[in-house]
Design a protein around this ligand. Structure first.
Ligand code: F6P
Length: 532
């Protein structure tokens, strides 16, 4: 029996039902789930109790519980790369034991975390210095998972960033490294080269540039470099003192790596204790994910809402809309987490996927987005399921009135998407403005909001390290559950390889060292135009 059939049937039956009609006295409570003070409200979706039960059955029949146990116990579920998937080990609590190939990995995790913490303290306290004295600035050079996690979290946790300033260089575009280094003093700057493989061309090129920049003023630039990598041999060949190399294992995927040494810049910025709070938030979400029944399990439900919207209703994108300016980089972070994980057309067994792959994820913080793309969300022909995030409290008590406005806007957008505005209501507004006849009719039609557009709200007390840990772990597990249901290996990323290979092959063409024979006409012509 097709595991999707019942959900498609329910969709067919309920297609034209208005979400508002689902609200009885208990819906808001029934379709809200809480975990450690965090609340996910999915009442404003067209999911009723019967649909939820069918979605939960889908998760059960897809083997989510079994795969979850396999992941947490260190089985090699990333089977195109033959690796375990153990980012959860990076935040595991005291007393936990997780084995890979029979070996408990946690003693090493703790040892490296302690080494990172010791180094972070030395930098923060001025024990480790640059040639010009106390470190004022840290430049993290990395890309993808070696950049997005710490960069997103550094911005998110600004209220507790009391260490040196951090900067993040990722793009191979020289403008990025140039503009970042321009204002910095090489004598008081620490460069962290963050790369799991230590071969990524963007990162190694930017690291070379930073080293040359430092060498102009600093006698021994290598002394102001640290590295985070799984490739100890390569960091040594690069000349970085093993004392300042923080390793991790290949069972940590790049986009899941912020919890470990890749988070070093963040740890220096906020301090090891607050970094521990961040880990504790992730760990709390892990415990919830492991323990709560599917129908009350936040990551499972968020995944099921996503499956319902994308695979069943056919809404190809989802917008992530943090009403929290400091989560401005969360959509970019989630683009990698979700799209690199579940943007795949082949199932684990090599067969074609039976359904669509994961959705296109995009977004910007509110209220800015309201003045940009919300027009399409409200009145465009496509439905875009929206995921709002909002805190009860900001970090600026003297600006509480602004926070209140922020929250009001967030709730208003979700309400507007739900409720819409009928033609009748629009006509009444136009009549009040003194319009009549055909002109009233024409103008009214432009002011109709179809409504019945789904959204969820993730609400939390305040954006602290703990809360941020919860949010990231929530999304990680959501991606995992969606991947299991789709039958995807969420932990490889073969789709990034072809472009890398072709870029390498194009370099000599752009340098004029090789001809364009064999290239398609368009590429050949563009090489001709762009050749320096
Ligand atoms: O190109 C994709 C990717 O492999 C990501 O998965 C990864 O996060 C990023 O590149 C950076 O890789 P590395 O940490 O090895 O430099």
């Amino acid at each position: 029996m097709d595991k999707w059939a019942e959900l498609h049937r329910l969709r067919g039956v309920n297609k034209d039902r208005h979400i508002l009609d689902l609200f009885d006295g208990s819906r808001a409570g029934d379709f809200t789930v809480e975990a450690e003070g965090m609340r996910l409200d999915y009442a404003k979706t067209n999911i009723d109790a019967q649909t939820r039960a069918a979605l939960v059955r889908l998760a059960e029949e897809s083997g989510v519980a079994e795969k979850r146990a396999a992941m947490f116990s260190g089985e090699k579920i990333n089977d195109t790369e033959g690796r375990a998937v153990l980012h959860v080990a990076l935040r595991a609590g005291e007393g936990a034991v997780i084995r890979v190939d029979g070996q408990d990995v946690l003693p090493d995790v703790r040892r490296i975390r302690a080494a990172c913490a010791a180094f972070a303290r030395q930098v923060r306290e001025g024990v480790f210095t640059g040639q010009g004295g106390r470190i004022t600035d840290v430049v993290n050079i990395g890309i993808g998972g070696s950049d997005l996690g710490p960069a997103m979290a550094y911005l998110a946790l600004q209220p507790c960033a009391d260490g040196p300033r951090c900067h993040f260089v990722s793009n191979v575009d020289g403008a990025h490294v140039h503009d970042t280094l321009r204002g910095l003093n090489p004598e008081t700057t620490l460069v962290i080269v963050a790369s799991k493989t230590f071969t990524t061309i963007e990162t190694m090129t930017n690291a070379d540039t930073a080293r040359r920049w430092m060498a102009e003023k600093v006698a021994n630039p290598a002394a102001q470099f640290a590295a985070v990598s799984t490739a100890g041999d390569k960091t040594a060949a690069y000349g970085i003192d093993p004392e300042r190399v923080f390793g991790f294992e290949d069972w940590v995927g790049g986009r899941y790596s912020v919890w470990g040494p890749i988070g070093l810049s963040l740890m220096i910025a906020i301090g090891p204790e607050r970094f521990d709070d961040f880990l504790a938030g992730g760990r709390a979400m892990d415990a919830h994910f492991m323990g709560a029944p599917f129908a009350r399990n936040m990551p499972v439900l968020l995944a099921l809402v996503g499956i319902w919207h994308n695979q069943i209703c056919g809404h190809a994108t989802r917008a992530v809309l943090p009403y929290d300016q400091r989560l401005a980089r969360l959509p970019a972070y989630l683009q990698q987490l979700e799209m690199e994980s579940n943007g795949k057309r082949v199932a684990v067994d090599g067969s074609d996927l039976a359904t669509q792959s994961g959705p296109v994820v995009w977004g910007e913080p509110g209220t800015n987005g309201q003045h940009a793309f919300y027009q399409l969300i409200h009145q465009g022909t496509r439905v875009v399921p929206c995921e709002f995030l909002v805190a009860r409290r900001g970090h600026e008590p003297d600006l509480a009135h602004q926070h209140l406005l922020l929250v009001a806007n967030c709730l208003a957008q979700a309400e507007a998407l739900l409720r819409g505005r009928s033609l009748e209501e629009a006509r009444a507004i136009m009549a009040k403005k003194g319009l009549a006849g055909a002109e009233l009719e024409r103008q009214a039609r432009h002011r109709v909001f179809p409504g019945n557009r789904p959204s969820t709200v993730l609400a939390y007390d305040q954006l602290t390290p703990f809360t941020l840990g919860q949010i990231i772990a929530l999304y990680e597990h959501r991606v995992f559950v969606e991947g299991v249901i789709l039958g995807i290996n969420s932990f490889d990323q073969w789709g990034v390889e072809l472009g890398k290979e072709l870029a390498l092959a194009l370099q000599p063409l752009l340098e004029g060292k090789a001809g364009t024979e064999g290239k398609d006409g368009s590429t050949a012509a563009l090489v001709g135009f762009l050749r320096g």
